[in-house]
Design a protein around this ligand. Structure first.
Ligand SMILES: Cc1cc2nc3c(=O)[nH]c(=O)nc-3n(C[C@H](O)[C@H](O)[C@H](O)COP(=O)(O)OP(=O)(O)OC[C@H]3O[C@@H](n4cnc5c(N)ncnc54)[C@H](O)[C@@H]3O)c2cc1C
Length: 509
């Protein structure tokens, strides 16, 4: 059972509706004074809540976006409501030898935000405080809620294409959206971050204070250095956006790929887009959809001219085109597929009474970064891999996002995000609605075949799209910045308290 709670943050002037999983089903602790030990004593010492396996709300509380990680059973899931709560949780876990995973939106492809110890879920730290030149946002403020909170102020923050991703992971790992070519990565706009360290200290890192940690927090990925309790970011000034979506015939799939690359490489930074080959059921005979969708951050006439140029580059008309100049929040809601939903509905099922969005039962990914456009032969191989060895019931996607633009006007060593020459993020995704051991093996094999196609021509990998298998991940994610990241890790978390299977320093090097 879930309950909902409206959190009003003093001074923020903004009321955000937060989703509080399992709050109505907490155990009654005997130790109300907080003087006791154990989870009960800890629960009494914090403003937030702790959900234990005995609680009816536990199964919902441990859910991530990908249901395969339901198999992980944390000892406890805590919902801190203040940075001091987070300090108490970190101190308790450290003193009792309990491992910690940090969670915000729960979208990590590899389940790094859950584990068998304590999960610190920062979803209730979801405030948005609008200042004169910056906006302070909680790590748990999901993209859809940020849109609604900031729209009245005509300010927005960089967000990706999923409404329920949260800054806790998104900004920490970089953060790519349709806005990135114009306004940079989410992490490029970070001005300071408040964070609870492994020793329990609450500090604020910025260019002038704890600057080495501030460098690391911009692109190294979450779960490495502490629990971020607030991000201060420079908002983007973009009151409107032209959202567009075009579809193309499968028999033009290769021309569309080549045209999209050329189009994006020569485009104004106002243009951000994704090319998606989507095969919802890979049963033999089904035809993949070919979609180019995105946002234009400028006048509609320019967007229409750009779309006409795309058609000319493809050499064929799209089978359908939608383009609309909308207030920014409406444009992004449409991009999220939430155009017809309320804010409440545009959340993951199980996190609120009205939440509509589905979880993914099983998913495997192989994304890589690319500096150069693919050659015609490479395009042909990428698409034939999508199309061959069909398996009914498997959802297959080739997902290509344009990056670059102003995000590449930054030195690779200026922040932890190293991929400043990349122009494309391209990946294979395999998903299942009803996984069985056999279908999981087949989906994994499909994605591994995709990885084998991409690996020889790639220039690295994006830590926010962690591949299912990536043996040389430290080099792929961080390049030459890894050495410096390890030094920062040693300085701030010498005992490797914050860790997951691919955390900084976990290679033992
Ligand atoms: C459907 C979907 C669409 C996506 N679209 C995009 C996109 O368009 N652009 C893009 O760039 N990315 C995209 N992503 C990837 C997304 O940015 C990452 O998965 C991101 O890390 C998710 O953050 P989260 O807080 O929602 O997830 P979580 O799983 O909660 O966290 C991700 C990582 O960050 C850590 N973490 C979480 N909160 C904190 C915190 N408060 N302090 C420190 N560490 C923390 C976790 O331990 C974990 O390692 C998408 C993912 C999905 C599933």
């Amino acid at each position: 059972m879930q309950s909902r709670r409206t959190i009003l943050r003093a001074g923020a002037g903004l009321a955000l509706t937060a989703t509080a999983v399992g709050v109505g089903t907490l155990p009654v602790f005997a130790d109300a004074t907080g003087s006791g030990t154990g989870w009960a004593g800890l629960a009494a010492r914090i403003q937030g809540d702790i959900v234990l396996p005995v609680d009816p709300g536990y199964n919902a509380a441990k859910e991530l976006q990908i249901a395969a990680f339901d198999a992980v059973h944390p000892q406890a899931i805590a919902y801190p409501e203040t940075p001091q709560d987070v300090q108490a949780l970190v101190n308790y876990a450290r003193n009792n030898g309990i491992s910690v995973r940090v969670r915000s939106g729960g979208h990590n492809f590899n389940g790094w935000s859950t584990g068998e110890g304590l999960v610190i879920d920062t979803s209730r730290l979801n405030h948005a405080t609008v200042g004169t030149s910056t906006v302070k946002i909680g790590p748990g403020l999901q993209s859809i809620d940020a849109l609604h909170a900031l729209a009245p102020y005509n300010k927005q923050v960089i967000a990706g294409t999923c409404p329920t991703v949260a800054p806790g992971g998104f900004i920490s790992g970089g953060g790519i959206g349709f806005q990135t070519r114009k306004f940079g990565l989410g992490s490029d706009r970070l001005r300071s971050a408040q964070i609870v360290l492994a020793d329990g200290r609450l500090i604020r890192a910025s260019e002038t204070s704890y600057s080495d940690l501030f460098w690391a927090l911009r692109g190294s990925g979450g779960g490495n250095f502490g629990v971020v309790t607030e991000f201060e970011v420079a908002p983007i000034d973009q009151p409107r956006m032209v959202f567009f979506s075009t579809m193309w015939a499968w028999d033009k799939a290769e021309q569309v790929f080549a045209a999209w690359q050329t189009w994006q490489l020569n485009a104004s930074v106002n243009l951000g887009s994704a090319l998606i080959y989507n095969l919802p059921d890979a049963a033999p005979g089904n035809v993949p959809m070919v979609i180019i969708t995105g946002g234009y951050h400028g006048p509609e006439s320019e967007a229409q001219a750009a779309l006409a140029q795309l058609t000319s580059l493809v050499g064929a008309q799209p089978t359908s085109t939608f383009a609309s100049d909308l207030p920014y929040a409406d444009a992004m809601k449409t991009a999220y597929g939430c155009g017809d939903l309320t804010q409440e509905q545009c959340h993951r099922e199980g996190t609120g009474a009205e939440a509509h969005l589905h979880r993914t039962a099983f998913q495997r990914d192989a994304y890589r970064m690319f500096n150069q456009p693919f050659t015609p032969t490479q395009i042909s191989t990428v698409l034939s891999t999508l199309d061959s060895n069909r398996v009914a019931g498997q959802r297959r996607v080739v997902h290509c996002m344009a990056v670059g633009g102003n995000a590449n006007n930054v030195s690779p060593t200026a922040t932890a995000y190293v991929h400043r020459q990349a122009n494309f993020v391209i990946g294979y995704v395999g998903q299942l609605d009803a996984p069985t051991p056999e279908s999981e093996a087949a989906a994994s094999a499909f994605v591994q075949t995709g990885a084998d196609v991409l690996n020889p021509i790639s220039n690295g990998a994006y830590v926010n799209f962690p591949g299912s298998s990536l043996p040389d991940w430290a080099t792929q994610y961080y390049g030459d910045n890894y050495l410096r990241l390890k030094k920062v890790k040693k300085a701030y978390d010498p005992n490797n308290f914050f860790r997951h299977p691919r955390s900084i320093g976990s290679l033992g090097q």
